[in-house]
Design a protein around this ligand. Structure first.
Ligand code: NAD
Ligand code: IPM
Ligand code: MN
Length: 351
């Protein structure tokens, strides 16, 4: 039976990097069928909303979704609920992709591309498991209270249910079992009720379902500090939506560039995953052919592995990216001068 990969290139550098991932997919999995739709600002321009019902239905009925990036200065004035980023949040929620895997892996060829010293990042291999469909990103009530002068305010609710914490912690435990078997769970239990509840819940789940896994709790701020001090101590980092977002951008820089970091957002078995680079639409370099397509290409790698049941193709692709980097392939963010297409060419040549 044929498999369909839905491409949602989005805004800014999104289409540029997604195009390279598509070229790689055509070489590596020629039988794969592609569908394409709009998300983010491009969808606002075409349909007046950042994600149409039709696009969400397509996403849910595909085998996997590969998204580029959303957002950009053109749409910053748009009403909050219609912003490009809302399209992405609606897609994550609609697909119920609650477990966001963000691997921070330092390719040997890039040990000197990081802003940190070689010995700090050499051999780095961290998996961040970020809860993606709840927490402060979605908690109600939220909103603004304006027109009361100095007392005007904006607010949202940081809220996690036991079920939401259990299901993502379970994924972190499972992933750790296939690695070093260590999970560091992060929150701010010292100041937040939702953080305290997170810690208690993860601890309880570990007692019943954590066999083979060593669990440690680290406050999210200390975790950020440890990520730049001694990142190789980490195997799997489990975090809620907001802290996972922030920690993964920090982890990205350990790998050399945010242009290297892919992600997989997974739901329950049998449901399609959503794959996207961790970076955004990079308005400062959009349209110039400068973007590093590796995060998009490695997101395809994760799709082949986690949704499309093609681990051999995924292994080949991972090796090809490493080989291209070994041969000196570099976009500007990695200190080189290759264009987005040339970087795609280099990976295809290595394949
Ligand atoms: P960004 O990730 O777009 O850019 C941060 C910096 O990294 C910029 O200097 C950019 O040029 C550079 N960069 C990012 N990706 C790169 C790549 N592939 N190759 C080379 N350099 C790269 O973050 P930002 O500037 O804070 O956000 C821009 C927009 O993107 C905002 O609207 C934001 O909401 C959105 N955003 C979207 C996603 C997503 O779609 N998943 C993720 C993050 C941010
Ligand atoms: C990410 C991005 C998104 C997030 C935005 C664009 C909604 O920063 O995927 O890391 O905050 O989750
Ligand atoms: Mn982010």
């Amino acid at each position: 039976m044929s498999q369909t990969l839905l491409l949602l290139p989005g805004d800014g550098i999104g289409p540029e990097v997604t195009e390279q991932a598509r070229r790689v997919a055509e070489v590596l999995a020629p039988d794969l069928e592609f569908a394409e739709d709009l998300v983010g600002g491009t969808s606002i321009d075409a349909h007046g909303e950042p994600l149409t019902v039709d696009a969400l239905v397509k996403a849910k009925s595909s085998d996997a979704v590969l998204l580029g990036a959303v957002g950009g200065p053109k749409w910053t004035g748009v009403e909050r609920h219609l912003r490009p980023e809302m399209g992405l949040l609606q897609l994550r929620k609609g697909m119920d992709t609650f477990a966001n895997l963000r691997p921070a892996f330092c390719f040997p060829a890039l040990v000197d591309a990081s802003s940190l010293k070689r010995e700090i990042v050499e051999g780095l291999d961290i998996m961040i498991v970020r809860e993606l469909t709840s927490g402060v990103y979605f908690g109600e009530p939220r909103g603004f209270e304006r027109g009361i002068g100095d007392k005007s305010f904006g607010y949202e609710t940081s809220r996690y249910t036991k079920g939401e914490i259990d299901r993502v912690a379970r994924v972190a435990f499972e992933i750790a079992r296939g690695r070093r078997g260590e999970v560091v769970s992060t929150e701010k239990s010292n100041v937040m009720e939702s953080g305290q509840f997170w810690r208690e819940t993860v601890t309880e789940l570990h007692e019943t379902e954590g066999s083979g896994v060593a669990l440690r709790h680290v406050l999210a701020d200390a975790c950020a500090m440890e990520l730049v001090r001694n990142p190789k101590q980490f195997d799997v980092i489990l975090a809620g939506n907001l802290f996972g977002d922030i920690l993964s951008d920090a982890a990205a820089m350990l790998t050399g560039s945010i242009g290297m970091l892919p992600s997989a957002s997974l739901s329950y078995d049998g449901k399609p995953g959503l794959y996207e680079p961790v970076h955004g639409s990079a308005p400062d370099i959009a349209g110039q052919g400068k973007a590093n397509p590796c995060a998009a290409i490695l997101s395809l790698e994760m799709a082949l592995r986690w949704s499309l049941g093609r681990p051999d193709a995924a292994d080949k692709l991972f090796a090809a990216v490493g080989k291209a980097l070994n041969a000196g392939a570099r976009t500007g963010d990695l200190g080189g001068s290759m264009s987005t297409t040339e970087m795609g060419d280099a990976v295809i040549a290595a394949l």
